[in-house]
Design a protein around this ligand. Structure first.
Ligand SMILES: [Zn+2]
Length: 404
């Protein structure tokens, strides 16, 4: 069993040890030491990183025999080694983890919500509570209470005890290990069995900020940031607010009101724009309908556009089809060097637009189809749009004239 130096001193950044074994695990170099300050992934807290004899430590975990396994970037042949912990990461984990102890107890004290699990990642820290429907006011009260405990700079003490001494401590969760265990006490505030790395006083956490909360598996998931993470988050958000403020020429207190006002203006402008566009399409439809060809008792409209929005073109075609009982629309448009076709007809005309579209698409080297009364398609040969529409028109006339 490896001696766990981080257990008694979470501030230890450099240590020496004899090597017990150097081996390969899943084709990766692995090293076992007599003692280590490297924290292995466990209890929701990720492993430490750093170096052993200047070789990078990639992963650290505890195996079934309670040995700490260090997975290395390269093999180590030495018998004596010096390990160095990457302190930025370790201290960040200590801040988040100790902050979590405080938050978990604060949620019990303020709203009787127990922590079910805790997860710490490189970016996020979350704890899951067994309660739903927590109000924004409750969350805010818990946050403030937690930070007040931080400012009191309470001591964080590790008590190593045997399992039968456990009833002397008002722990908030049962112990999951046998034999001796460690109770982390946040001076007269929280008692919890834990093997993680913690700050020695609450003041080192700096600040705890709950960034958001959400319903999660019959409970609530709390997202939070402590210490340096909270500071970076604050810096990032301040930067974003400043940019938005500068962009809108608005001070921070008026930002929300001004954005709401802008949204309202945008909504009414969009409505106005849609109305005007619709009126414009009506005029265009009337002008196009006036130029229709009257062939075989059909009102035929065949037209090639340049760079028209397909949605708009469809609206235009729909308006035209409503003008008469025997209207047939053959539209083509070129956009971005490609050809698109749109065929629509009144209900009474017994010609299948889907089949007509397949034939026309063959001309522009593409594909298309649709329902008997409406079809669309496209192809690469934009220069053949006129030919494709003429081919479709010939087919319409063929099918409409019984003599042909
Ligand atoms: Zn802990």
């Amino acid at each position: 069993m490896t001696t766990k130096l981080y257990y008694s001193d979470s501030y230890l950044q450099k240590f020496s040890s004899k090597v017990q074994k150097s081996t390969l695990i899943d084709d990766m170099p692995a090293i076992f030491l007599e003692q280590t300050a490297f924290y292995p992934t466990s209890g929701g807290q990720p492993h430490d990183t750093g170096t052993i004899n200047d070789i990078e430590v990639l992963d650290v975990y505890e195996n079934e025999s309670n040995d700490i396994v260090h997975i290395m970037k390269q093999p180590i042949e030495d018998r004596d080694v010096v390990g160095r912990i990457y302190w930025e990461r370790r201290f960040d984990h200590m801040q988040q983890h100790t902050g979590q102890h405080l938050l978990s107890q604060a949620f019990i004290k303020k709203c009787k919500a127990d922590t079910i699990s805790f997860h710490l990642g490189d970016e996020s820290a979350t704890l899951d509570l067994n309660q739903t429907g927590l109000s924004a006011d409750t969350i805010s009260a818990v946050e403030e209470f937690t930070n007040r405990i931080i400012y009191e700079n309470r001591q964080v003490i590790g008590h190593i005890i045997s399992k039968n001494e456990l009833d002397q401590f008002p722990v908030r969760k049962p112990a999951s290990v046998d034999g001796n265990l460690r109770i982390i006490e946040i001076e007269n505030f929280d008692y919890s069995p834990c093997g993680g790395t913690h700050c020695s006083r609450t003041g080192e956490i700096g600040v705890v900020k709950i960034t958001r909360h959400e319903n999660y598996k019959e409970g609530t998931r709390i997202h939070f940031k402590c210490g340096i993470r909270a500071l970076r988050d604050f810096q990032e958000k301040s930067k974003i607010l400043k940019q938005i403020g500068e962009h809108l020429s608005t001070g921070e207190p008026e930002l929300y009101r001004n954005i709401k006002k802008l949204q309202h203006e945008l909504k009414s402008l969009r409505r106005e724009h849609t109305d005007l566009k619709n009126q414009h399409l009506d005029h265009e439809a009337q002008a196009i309908f006036a130029e229709r060809k009257d062939l075989e008792n059909l009102d035929i409209i065949s037209k090639v556009f340049t760079d028209r929005n397909p949605k708009e073109l469809k609206l235009l075609a729909q308006k035209l089809v409503q003008y008469g009982a025997n209207t047939l629309v053959l539209f083509g448009t070129e956009a971005g060097g490609k050809a698109s076709l749109l065929f629509l007809r009144s209900e009474a005309i017994p010609i299948d637009m889907g089949k007509l579209m397949q034939q026309a698409c063959a001309v522009i080297g593409g594909r298309g189809g649709g329902r008997p009364e409406q079809a669309q398609g496209g192809g690469p040969a934009a220069d053949k749009l006129e030919i494709a529409l003429n081919r479709a028109l010939e087919e319409v006339l063929k099918q409409s004239d019984p003599k042909l």
